[in-house]
Write a protein that binds this ligand. Structure first.
Ligand SMILES: Nc1ncnc2c1ncn2[C@@H]1O[C@H](COP(=O)(O)OP(=O)(O)O)[C@@H](O)[C@H]1O
Ligand SMILES: [Mg+2]
Length: 493
């Protein structure tokens, strides 16, 4: 459809940013100006609350809409109430009425005098973003980018196009650290590396990304507002560092805020497990999403060690069983003694052909001499709590080659609807699988009978040790009452 273009507003030469800002009555702060001046394809105005990120994003979209007549620009926020309270409010409050042709209240689309548009949009659910499938935008700005998933961002980048010769499609995000998108946003802009789960990591080009780091001190309005700074200063440490200083290594709402790789991980070579140490496996089944598999064992001192990881998608249940069997061998190539295999409960309901995923997987495991899978305990809140307490008490260690799990744990955030739970999000399969492993183990904190028995065996040659072991283990099994030790009990017991 041909669009009405006001020729008088279509000049030979587009405004420079300074000219534009003057006309629209916007006086950017120094850090905002740095953001507007960036030539990067994807820029991020990131950091603390209050430096003027939202306002800068709004004016960037308006400026881009004035670079060429008849182009579309898009501004997004995760939910409509947030969109209305921020971007739309600023637009109505700050942009002079004579600057635009019309504003469509229902569609939330501004038409500028040159026929270009700026659409205010939101996407409540993950898939809402596909509403913009048929459209192309010269500029897309996403406010509070960490409220979005990597998938949504990747989809939006595919809509960032413009047919006009010489135009430069680009996108920008504005955000505080934290929330579900923290990890991927931090990877792309702060660590300058491909994000885990990216479609084509080899195509990541760090030059496309620029991070303009702003803190509360970059907004002169707040700089001298001691009351405001005092309020922020009284926040808990992690929140304060995230909100006041815009630090990306800590953030609000993080579930495992005590997780520290230096304290909770152990070099894989140092995980010395005796052959008789009982081991168990936990699996979060997935096909499009990866299946995540962990191997655990309880050390003689009662510490649970998650010592092996396997994460991969698009494996059939039988292929997954084969992959698990192939890996269930110790350093000397001996088949490990796996006591249990705990599998995500949904795999027992899901069927292909006439057998459930669990049955097919079980057949494969049984054929390799491993136990068939039993349904994992899916008490989410109880499971996360148990993991938290185990980390807190140094009763859970993760071998350092379980990289996906070590990456995943710090990214879990509390669910605002139920703060005891972690928010479900894409890529949390490793954490779910580990949770199944810790929560389903019958009594992970108790040194198993075999291990206690091992302490009593004094013989050194392997054959006599094995004979004595069997004898003592039987005795210990009968002797040790199945009580959950204090340290393993959830708080409040
Ligand atoms: N260049 C500016 N000139 C005047 N006021 C500004 C400017 N930039 C931001 N503000 C005001 O500062 C406050 C915080 O800005 P906002 O964009 O909401 O910050 P953030 O999104 O970083 O939290 C708002 O009241 C906003 O109107
Ligand atoms: Mg904002």
């Amino acid at each position: 459809m041909a669009r009405k273009v006001d020729k008088s507003a279509t000049k030979k030469r587009a405004w420079t940013f300074t000219e534009f800002a003057k006309r629209v009555g916007y006086a950017p702060f120094a850090r905002q100006r740095e953001f507007h001046d960036s030539r990067a394809k994807y820029r991020l105005f990131g950091g603390a609350a209050g430096p003027g990120k939202t306002k800068a994003l709004l004016y960037e979209a308006i400026y881009q809409a004035h670079l060429h007549p008849g182009v579309d620009t898009l501004l997004m926020r995760r939910t409509f109430p947030e969109l209305e309270a921020s971007l739309i409010t600023y637009f109505r409050r700050d942009v002079p009425r004579e600057f635009y042709e019309k504003y469509n209240e229902t569609k939330h689309v501004v038409t500028w005098l040159n026929g270009s548009t700026t659409r205010f949009a939101y996407c409540d659910s993950e898939s809402d973003v596909y509403r913009y499938q048929g459209s192309e935008y010269l500029f897309i700005g996403v406010d509070e980018l960490t409220h979005f998933t990597l998938k949504q961002w990747q989809f939006l980048t595919s809509r960032n196009r413009c047919r006009i010769k010489g135009s430069k499609p680009c996108m920008a995000g504005a955000t505080n650290p934290g929330n579900i998108g923290h990890a991927w946003v931090k990877a792309l802009w702060v660590d300058r590396a491909p994000a885990p789960g990216m479609d084509r990591p080899d195509q990541y080009d760090a030059d496309d990304y620029e991070f303009i780091h702003a803190t509360i001190r970059d907004n002169p309005l707040f700089k001298d507002d001691d009351a405001y700074k005092k309020t922020l200063g009284q926040l808990p440490e992690a929140l304060r560092r995230a909100f006041l200083d815009g630090e990306w290594d800590v953030y609000a709402g993080q579930y495992f805020d005590i997780f520290a790789p230096s304290r909770h991980t152990v070099r894989a070579e140092q995980v010395q497990l005796d052959p008789w140490t009982p081991r168990w496996i936990s699996i979060d089944w997935g096909f499009e999403h990866p299946s995540a598999v962990y191997w655990h064992a309880t050390r003689a001192d009662g510490v649970v060690v998650t010592y092996r990881e396997f994460v991969q998608n698009r494996l059939s249940p039988r292929m997954l069983a084969a992959a698990i069997a192939e890996r269930s061998v110790d350093r000397l190539g001996r088949t490990e003694r796996i006591r249990d295999v705990f599998l995500s409960p949904d795999a027992f309901a899901q069927r292909t052909a006439d057998a459930s995923i669990a049955e097919q997987l079980g057949d494969g495991l049984a054929a390799a001499g491993l136990p068939r899978a039993t349904p994992a305990d899916n008490d989410r809140v109880g499971g996360w709590m148990l993991m938290y307490q185990a980390l807190e008490a140094d009763h859970w260690l993760i071998a350092d080659h379980c990289v996906r799990l070590i990456e995943n744990l710090p990214t879990l955030v509390r669910d605002p609807a139920n703060v005891e739970d972690a928010l479900k999000c894409d890529g949390d399969d490793p954490a779910d699988a580990a949770r199944y492993g810790l929560k389903s183990a019958p009594d992970p904190g108790r040194a198993p009978a075999e291990v206690v028995a091992a302490g009593r065996v004094t013989a050194v040659d392997p054959t006599s040790r094995a004979i004595w072991m069997r004898k003592f283990a039987g005795e210990e099994e009968r002797r040790v009452a199945p009580v959950v030790p204090r340290r393993w009990r959830p708080r409040g017991w």
